[in-house]
Design a protein around this ligand. Structure first.
Ligand SMILES: Cc1cc2nc3c(=O)[nH]c(=O)nc-3n(C[C@H](O)[C@H](O)[C@H](O)COP(=O)(O)OP(=O)(O)OC[C@H]3O[C@@H](n4cnc5c(N)ncnc54)[C@H](O)[C@@H]3O)c2cc1C
Length: 440
């Protein structure tokens, strides 16, 4: 139902994806009397939350290597927080009876180039320093798990690091959970602007509705172009996905995959892939497409060239599935920042708080970030608000006309690094030095 007329709220939340919905739930769990309104431009889960790969990872820092690079002094705390967060997500989904097809499988990362094998060994070693739960598989062992001519080795992370979900079902379930706790969730209610007034903020909704709120949470991710202030913080980068027809019993037998792990390969440009509850394979990633001017448009949700690349790579990874068709193809925008992690900030005199920038790893981290937004509103003394991870901002991204060449330069440097056995060019090392990008 769209928002109409004049509404009053203690907290208005813009965006009905994971960040906005978890924020509504956590606000109301902390203070059940709060008047919380969620405004979603389309339908709940329409953004990245309803169309992602469903890898719900514990990491808040886009992996250990990126965490060590950007937040070495806080990584112990951030890893512990991420694990607590994942445990609480699993418990919440069970307690609230959300049918999100959650499978506590863990994750299998494979190497498809010799230098990536060393990278996997390093990951296992680093993980040991932060609680372990990751083990190395040599070529024979990985072929026993999921046979493919492409895999040279692998590493399995336990379910304490990653569980798999059906993301759209999770988003719809979270909306029901938020409403059950008293939130009012309005769909087809696009916010066009925020207007400061004495003691609060007026949230202006297309069609004329106005929500008079004390505080506002902005949770619009890669679709945050409506709030110009957020422009330098992120770049919308499109990611694309294929979904196969359901596999027959014989096709399932040919790929093994008894552990049903979420999988990915480990180049800078990587694929992620998984089994759905009805035994289709979701196969996505690799290309990362920027549309000049930071365009985010429904027309970009389909991209034939990328789908053709993904189909070719799928055939190389799973030749035993030749002839298997693809029933669905889609894409979505990712809120990429220069340090690949969620970032927070306050605007309009501290009455508007935002969280965005998960850079393709927000299924789990969005709940933690929503907890930070809740703390900003209700628990200003929270220790977590003092983390550098929360307080500091990533290096800003220049506006056009510099943005397009800057993004393309970075993309080509990363591709070249994959082609050169992982060696980092002078350009990438210069970017590392100023805290842009990461060493995976
Ligand atoms: C193809 C793809 C695959 C991915 N795979 C994974 C994965 O496997 N694991 C993982 O951890 N992460 C993955 N991600 C990233 C993950 O989906 C996101 O980090 C996460 O869903 C972000 O949630 P959010 O609520 O912040 O944003 P979103 O889900 O994008 O929600 C923002 C919402 O705001 C609404 N909105 C926008 N503008 C307005 C406005 N003006 N007024 C009102 N509402 C507005 C939008 O309609 C949208 O519903 C993937 C992303 C994509 C695109």
């Amino acid at each position: 139902m769209p928002a109409r007329g004049h509404l009053e709220a203690d907290v208005a939340i813009v965006g009905g994806g994971f960040t906005g919905l978890w924020a509504a739930i956590q606000l109301l769990e902390t203070d059940p009397a709060l008047r919380v309104v969620v405004l979603e431009a389309d339908r709940v889960g329409w953004g990245a939350s309803g169309r992602n790969g469903g890898f719900c990872e514990a990491s808040l820092t886009h992996g250990l290597a990126n965490g060590l690079f950007h937040f070495p002094e806080e990584l112990g705390v951030l890893e512990a927080e991420g694990q607590r967060n994942l445990t609480e997500i699993v418990a919440f989904v069970a307690a609230d009876g959300i049918d999100a097809e959650l499978e506590a499988t863990g994750q299998l990362i494979v190497a498809t180039a010799a230098h990536e094998v060393d990278g996997l060994r390093e990951w296992v070693e680093v993980a040991e320093r932060f609680g372990g739960g990751v083990r190395f598989l040599d070529r024979d062992a990985v072929q026993t798990e999921v046979p493919s001519p492409r895999w040279l080795a692998g590493a399995i992370a336990s379910p304490q690091h990653c569980v798999m979900v059906n993301p759209a079902k999770l988003a719809w379930g979270l909306a029901a959970s938020a409403e059950k706790r008293g939130a009012r969730v309005f769909e087809h209610s696009r916010v066009s602007g925020l207007r400061r007034r004495a003691g609060g903020v007026d949230v202006l909704v297309d069609g004329g509705a106005v929500v008079r709120a004390d505080q506002v949470l902005v949770a619009t991710s890669a679709y945050s172009g409506w709030l110009r202030r957020l422009g330098p913080t992120f770049v919308p980068i499109y990611d694309y996905v294929l979904m196969t027809e359901p596999l027959t019993a014989a096709q399932m037998a040919s790929i093994g995959w008894a552990g049903r792990y979420g999988m990915s390969d480990s180049g800078n440009q990587f694929h992620y892939f998984r089994l759905s509850a009805d035994n289709r394979i979701l196969w996505g990633g690799y290309d990362a497409i920027y549309h000049p001017g930071s365009q985010v448009l429904p027309a970009h949700d389909q991209r034939a060239e990328t789908f053709a690349v993904l189909e070719r790579h799928f055939a190389e990874a799973f030749p035993q599935l030749a002839g298997l068709g693809f029933s669905h193809r889609w894409g979505g925008a990712i809120d990429t920042t220069t340090r690949f992690t969620v970032t927070f900030g306050d605007v309009l005199g501290g009455r508007v708080h935002y969280a965005l920038g998960y850079t393709g790893l927000g299924v789990g981290a969005s709940r933690w970030a929503a907890g930070i937004l809740r703390d900003k509103v209700l628990r200003p003394d929270s220790e977590l608000l003092r983390l550098r991870f929360v307080r500091s901002a990533p290096v800003p991204i220049p506006p056009e006309p510099l943005r397009t060449p800057a993004v393309e330069l970075m993309r080509h440097a990363v591709m070249a690094s994959d082609a050169a056995d992982g060696r980092r060019s002078l350009f990438l090392r210069a970017m590392d030095a100023i805290g842009v990008g990461f060493d995976s």
